[in-house]
Design a protein around this ligand. Structure first.
Ligand code: ADP
Length: 204
């Protein structure tokens, strides 16, 4: 995979099943100076649905499947480099808060030289009924085709277990902070910020 920029991104990863609240936390973190949030799902949703990228996204996401890695990384790299060029994301001073990428071990391997991963937050909610309620509410509010029916929601949870969870092992437990995502959003945020401070993960 080719990146035009050789700059390494100091990164914080938010990892969790669909509905675990990664997007909510990512958005809040992204409002703090020194943090830049990039949600891979948002990158896809912003693409013209008539383009090749847009068509691929609709094809796979409507079935609850992952978009192929070459398409995903290609689109993501173009987006993040454009943010870098236009000065919205400043890799020398900003933490990149990633949500939704890497979503499998292959993507993590492709990004190994590009991401300097400082901490991985595993947002875990043992109460699956809570997660399903959140997804259903979001589907109605945000018109999300991938959360509309139980079958697709179930498929997305399975894919998370099979493909995304192994990403935790890839980075190893030293980098991982477990967060109880059944808590209220402000409590989840408190746990994330406490861990960032505690681990002295500031940029040099
Ligand atoms: P959620 O926040 O519910 O986990 P996202 O908005 O991150 O969902 O992603 C929606 C859909 O976009 C996914 O189901 C998948 O089809 C596609 N997608 C997003 N990120 C990736 C990725 N890194 N690799 C492959 N597909 C992705």
């Amino acid at each position: 995979m080719s990146f035009n920029s050789v700059v390494v991104y100091h990164s914080i990863l938010l990892l969790g099943a669909p509905g675990s609240g990664k997007g909510t936390q990512g958005k809040i973190l992204g409002t703090i100076p020194g943090f830049y949030h990039c949600a891979c799902g948002d990158v896809f949703r912003a693409v013209d649905p008539r383009s090749d990228y847009g068509k691929a996204f609709i094809h796979y996401s409507s079935k609850g499947q992952l978009v192929p890695d070459d398409v995903t990384i290609g689109l993501w790299a173009a987006q993040i480099e454009s943010m870098e060029r236009t000065g919205r994301f400043k890799p020398e001073t900003d933490f990149l808060v990633l949500d939704g990428i890497p979503r499998n071990v292959n993507q993590a391997k492709i990004l190994i030289d590009k991401l300097d991963v400082r901490r991985v937050f595993h947002l875990d909610c043992p109460d699956k009924s809570k997660v399903y309620d959140r997804l259903k509410r979001r589907a109605l509010k945000e018109n999300r085709i991938d959360d509309i029916n139980d079958e697709v929601i179930e498929r997305r949870q399975q894919i998370y277990e099979q493909e995304t969870k192994p990403v935790l092992d890839f980075y190893g437990e030293k980098l991982i902070t477990e967060v109880d995502s059944a808590q209220l959003p402000y409590q989840v945020l408190r746990d994330i910020l406490t861990a960032i401070e505690h681990h002295g993960d500031g940029l040099e």
